[in-house]
Unconditional design. Structure first.
Length: 99
């Protein structure tokens, strides 16, 4: 079971997700993010986990997961699922960001 973040870590996490989402959007990607105000990314894997960001544009797809020090060791299964999904699909990249 994934650990919960403290309120301050969740705030830092959400700010980083928002910053990355804006960056992808500014580079011409269609962005879905697990944040209010965005469409939710598509669930991935048999456990249907939702990544922090799914950014797409013709010919490429990026799956991004942001972790904090409280979740880096507890969410390994989820990250492995995202990475496996990316490697099985053409032109899909997985990116993990630790803050």
């Amino acid at each position: 079971m994934p650990r919960r973040r403290s309120r301050s870590q969740q705030t830092r996490h959400d700010r980083k997700v928002a910053s990355l989402a804006r960056g992808y959007k500014n580079r011409g990607f269609k962005v879905k993010a697990d944040l209010p105000g965005y469409s939710k990314p598509n669930p991935i894997g048999k456990n249907r986990r939702i990544p922090d960001i799914e950014a797409t544009k013709p010919g490429t797809r990026h799956i991004v997961e942001v972790e904090t020090k409280s979740t880096i060791n507890s969410d390994k299964t989820q990250r492995r699922s995202f990475k496996q999904s990316a490697t099985k699909r053409r032109r899909t990249r997985y990116r993990e960001v630790v803050i």
